[in-house]
Design a protein around this ligand. Structure first.
Ligand SMILES: [Mg+2]
Length: 295
């Protein structure tokens, strides 16, 4: 099987109105956003600039039941399992209205190939949690379509449970109240799990490719690590994100060794992020209208 272990987050179709990673657009900064080449965005630059987490936050989930699988699998939603938009789709798997701030939106969405099979399989092996930076009003409705009987997904976490860093939404796994040696997150946005890179599986962003097999590839890997004592060495060996982050850090230091600027300036996604509260799915940097989803 041809598996892409890590690719960037470039959109498959640049004309499609959709979201980039957790970035919301404010009218005041749209010109800045337009000037920025998001294809150049390096998530490791952003991760390098992350401030320390609060030392401790109370767990937001109840303890895991005794009969629950040992390993917890945290899944992103948009562009990892589905692609949704408020523009009309020729073909869609779901369509539903969402009301936000008195305004009605019609959301249509497609499931990534093998999404249903993937969810069925991982639910047999792991405690499955959806953790999305999209707003509950949208994502909860979507998840009711994907898991109508609430048997596959144990918990649903939304934007409000994210940590906001420079206006971007990040998923701090330490708030789950789970053993991090037995916690995995799959997300198409690497910086979303920037605080726990060693727990992450990056996956390519999906929009429409009917031949995509990334979920099957990830599933094959997940099946291989069921029952391990600590998932992190296996993720490191497979995805090597820590080394990539370190390489980015070293590159930055070399580039700036003669730079007399002493502060790390938040990178451009940060500038793009002072948010419009109207967005409930994360917005594309190119999109100027209020948006509903998140990647
Ligand atoms: Mg996403």
């Amino acid at each position: 099987m041809d598996c892409n272990i890590v690719k960037d987050n470039k959109k498959e179709n640049e004309n499609e109105i959709e979201v980039d990673d957790y970035i919301r657009i404010d009218d005041d900064i749209e010109d800045d956003v337009d000037d920025y080449d998001y294809d150049e965005f390096d998530p490791f630059d952003f991760i390098r600039s992350l401030p320390p987490l609060e030392p401790y936050r109370d767990p937001i989930l109840p303890p895991k039941p005794e009969n629950s699988p040992e390993i917890t699998l945290v899944l992103d939603l948009d562009e990892t399992l589905v692609h949704c938009t408020t523009t009309e789709m020729d073909e869609y798997d779901v369509m539903f209205p969402v009301e936000l701030n008195g305004q009605q939106f019609q959301v249509s969405g497609r499931y990534r190939p093998y999404c249903s099979e993937f969810l069925e399989k991982v639910a047999e092996m792991f405690e499955v949690i959806i953790f999305t930076a999209s707003q509950k009003v949208y994502a909860d409705t979507l998840l009711d379509f994907m898991d109508p009987s609430h048997k596959l997904i144990s918990h649903r976490l939304f934007r409000d449970e994210c940590v906001t860093v420079y206006g971007n939404y990040l998923k701090d796994l330490s708030v789950l109240g789970r053993d991090l040696s037995k916690t995995i997150i799959i997300d198409n946005s690497i910086y979303a799990f920037g605080y726990q890179l060693e727990n992450g599986i990056p996956i390519t962003s999906w929009y429409s490719d009917k031949n995509d097999k990334e979920l099957l590839c990830v599933l094959e890997f997940l099946e291989s690590i069921v029952g391990v004592y600590d998932v992190r060495p296996y993720l490191k060996e497979k995805y090597n994100l820590i080394d990539r982050a370190n390489a980015s850090y070293n590159r930055y230091n070399n580039d700036t060794i003669n730079d007399d600027s002493s502060s790390i300036v938040p990178n451009t996604p940060t500038r793009a992020a002072s948010a419009s509260s109207a967005s409930f799915i994360t917005s594309s940097p190119q999109q100027k209208s209020p948006v509903l989803y998140n990647k």
